[in-house]
Design a protein around this ligand. Structure first.
Ligand SMILES: [Fe+2]
Length: 379
């Protein structure tokens, strides 16, 4: 699957692929009615069109066969924009599913201008809208991966608390470097960090859902290091055969697909050694460098999650189905805002802001992690 991003005015990409569905986003330089044609090798074919003339849009195709290979073609009017190939996921044990969501780096800001494609002026609305959606759709919990604020200022913290407290479900928060108030020349007054994180900054908690119990380990990597105490907590959490969900702002394992040197904690070798010896399965959800990327390692995997307010702009929806976690990237509602962020990325000229790099990989946007096999059964 090769996403097609010629520029902010011309793209055709897969946002996610499910067991029976695929979500496409597209844009063309001229206002058009868009047509998507999806066909399998066995002759199964679906065609869907938009109804209005637009420069951009999204279409979800349902009714696909699981574990099947497809080609998809996008036409803007009568002109072919691009085509791509993909394979739907296979769910080993379908049944009742329950969901949780992962939100990375909302960067709540009170700035009046957007910067380098980051949607500061829309940041509060995007988080509010996303939490409303998660509540309406009855997600069981939300994990927030730090950089909740952009500068850690008192005003941003107040705004963040107001929005986050509106969510009625269970929420797990960890801090990021931007929450510590040393970014972009802002100076804290009072103690906003402790207001935003009234409980411990790192924790090992159990979360009881309708499916059973998960252990959730939250880490404080805001400083760019994992303290000795936290290395011990990590070792402790991974010494059991139970599946472990780990939340970390920075990556714990170096991922060569990420360009920035500071994507990872400085003492990543120690953390990687502990993860290599884990008794059970685990997954790490990471923020900070918000390029969707997945790194499989030993009995687990490390996932970098997109932020809401910067292209590709969305959150991660995770369905618990039997012994599997079905991960799906969900873009924010407005394709126009995402296209604006992409337009600004295209003007930045730095390699880590290159649009195709920021797209990440489809593998990190849509995958199934079977945790029962590696963990020896936890549910
Ligand atoms: Fe960060």
């Amino acid at each position: 699957m090769e996403p097609f991003i010629a520029g902010p005015d011309s793209y055709f990409v897969l946002e996610n692929v499910g067991v029976h569905s695929a979500l496409f986003a597209f844009a063309a330089p001229r206002a058009s009615v868009f047509h998507i044609r999806v066909a399998s090798r066995t002759g199964h074919e679906i065609r869907i069109s938009t109804t209005e003339y637009n420069f951009l849009g999204r279409i979800q195709v349902d009714g696909l066969e699981q574990g099947s290979e497809y080609t998809a073609q996008c036409l803007a009017g009568s002109s072919s924009l691009s085509s791509l190939a993909f394979k739907t996921l296979e769910l080993p044990s379908p049944g009742p599913c329950y969901r949780f969501a992962v939100i990375a780096d909302p960067h709540i800001s009170v700035d009046r201008e957007n910067r380098r494609g980051r949607l500061f002026t829309e940041s509060r609305g995007l988080l509010r809208e996303t939490l409303e959606r998660l509540a309406d759709e009855r997600y069981g919990a939300v994990f927030v991966l730090g950089d909740i604020t952009d500068s850690g200022s008192v005003e941003e913290v107040e705004q963040s608390i107001k929005i986050l407290s509106s969510y009625p479900g269970r929420m797990f928060l960890i801090p990021g470097d931007h929450d510590c108030g040393d970014k972009r020349g802002n100076v804290q007054t009072g103690d906003p960090v402790s207001r935003l994180f009234p409980d411990e900054l790192s924790f090992l908690r159990t979360w009881n859902g309708p499916w059973g119990t998960f252990n959730v380990l939250g880490l404080d990597t805001a400083s760019g290091d994992l303290s000795d105490d936290q290395l011990e907590i990590l070792k402790d959490g991974l010494s059991k055969r139970d599946f472990l969900i780990i939340l970390s702002h920075h990556n714990l394992i170096r991922n060569p697909d990420l360009l920035d040197e500071d994507s990872c904690i400085r003492n990543h070798r120690e953390a990687t050694g502990i993860l290599a010896n884990a008794k059970g399965a685990w997954i790490i959800y990471c923020g900070h460098k918000n390029v969707p990327r997945k790194l499989s390692f030993a009995k687990g995997c490390q996932l970098n999650v997109s932020q809401l307010s910067h292209y590709p702009a969305g959150f991660l929806s995770v369905e618990v189905c039997g012994g599997s976690l079905l991960h799906q990237f969900v873009p924010i509602r407005s394709e126009a805002l995402r296209s604006y962020s992409l337009r600004m990325l295209s003007r930045d000229w730095s390699p880590s802001f290159e649009p195709m790099y920021r797209y990440g990989s489809l593998e990190a946007r849509s995958f199934i992690l079977s945790f029962e096999d590696a963990a020896g059964g936890v549910l």
